[in-house]
Design a protein around this ligand. Structure first.
Ligand SMILES: Cc1cc2nc3c(=O)[nH]c(=O)nc-3n(C[C@H](O)[C@H](O)[C@H](O)COP(=O)(O)OP(=O)(O)OC[C@H]3O[C@@H](n4cnc5c(N)ncnc54)[C@H](O)[C@@H]3O)c2cc1C
Length: 312
């Protein structure tokens, strides 16, 4: 009988949507689901986690040194709880990709990454080769399963639950070799790229950091998050936390608008689960048109102002 612990992702105030998606994955494994909320003064986040449908218990661990999600501090704390569980789950976001491998290493097991489907308590499906192939992976019976959940593959659990909240003392201490310096976020007030319902993305065709402003402007009019291709990141137009794709973020917005992006397989990997894909490209042969629901052959510098006029 499985007993599952999910590590909550949050910013100290708000529970990230990725946690609700992990709960859906956990429900496909079994019904005994706990969520651990690590941090400092996490009462409000713990309440949000307790409202997720399917969660039995929320374990809140408060300590000053846990305030920021440093994997070096959080992983030992998660590991200290692991003896009671058969499965430890985290999201395949930047947060989970940082934390869960450390948890797995401390537990002495391999990590299972990007679970997109649950076939059984010890049998899972995940993408490989940038999503070009899907593999079924079985874990040994009786062995702790530490895994990341491919958030784009799961719907968020509903928020009509009423789990109990249990306060626990932290068991560890601050790591001596790692300390929190600060957080720089490029997104400002815009929706988080990984949970935004709408995303506007730009590619190499934008040509400069200054020209990328028209992407931000359109996104703000639509209330959308902003993404970019790796070429745009490598050219320095935008910071790399905006990169969408195999080596960037895997996203599943309802609406994805791609401007001047060719549609290389590594980019497509990041948007496979998007609802509607709209592509604007000068080249009618661009591969992005093969997966776009709506394609427009045209110059983005003409199309975007026209779109903005329509929105006004
Ligand atoms: C291991 C590996 C991992 C990678 N990971 C990623 C990843 O995570 N994400 C990612 O995006 N890429 C990734 N890449 C890079 C990927 O292969 C492509 O090189 C990259 O996605 C290309 O970006 P782009 O479409 O912006 O640029 P380009 O391929 O140069 O395409 C630019 C497009 O803009 C169009 N265009 C030009 N001017 C205009 C205009 N005025 N109006 C409209 N359209 C115009 C052109 O027709 C062209 O189709 C990875 C590559 C490797 C090898």
């Amino acid at each position: 009988m499985s007993k599952i612990l999910i590590v909550a992702e949050h910013d100290g105030q708000t529970l990230n949507l990725s946690t609700a998606k992990c709960v859906s994955c956990a429900q496909a494994i079994g019904s005994d689901i706990d969520v651990v909320v690590l941090g400092n003064d996490v009462g409000s986040v713990a309440s949000q986690a307790a409202a997720l449908n399917g969660v039995s218990r929320v374990i809140a661990v408060d300590a000053a040194y846990l305030q920021h999600p440093l994997a070096a501090n959080w992983a030992p704390e998660v590991q200290s709880l692991s003896a009671d569980y058969t499965h430890l789950l985290g999201p395949s976001t930047t947060f989970g990709k940082d934390l869960m491998p450390r948890v797995a290493a401390l537990a002495g097991v391999n990590q299972l990454s990007d679970v997109m489907e649950v076939l059984g308590e010890n049998s899972f499906r995940r993408p490989i080769y940038a999503g070009n192939a899907i593999i079924d992976v079985s874990t040994p019976e009786g062995c702790l399963v530490v895994m990341t959940v491919r958030t784009a593959s799961w719907q968020a659990a509903d928020e009509d639950g009423q789990a109990s909240i249990e306060q626990r003392d932290a068991t560890g201490s601050a790591a001596a070799h790692t300390r929190y310096v600060g957080l720089e976020s490029a997104g400002g007030e815009r929706p988080d790229l990984q949970s935004a319902a709408k995303v506007v993305s730009g590619g190499r065709a934008l040509g400069s950091e200054e020209n990328f402003e028209i992407i931000y402007r359109l996104a703000d009019k639509l209330g959308a998050g902003v993404g970019a291709s790796r070429a745009a990141v490598d050219a320095g137009y935008v910071p790399n936390d905006m990169q969408v794709g195999q080596t960037g973020k895997i996203i599943s917005p309802d609406l994805y608008l791609a401007f001047g992006i060719s549609g290389a397989i590594q980019h497509i990997t990041g948007i496979k689960d998007a609802g509607t894909i709209v592509a604007v490209n000068k080249d009618a042969e661009a591969p992005i048109f093969e997966i776009a629901d709506i394609g427009l052959v045209g110059d983005l510098f003409t199309v975007i102002p026209e779109l903005e006029n329509l929105i006004n």
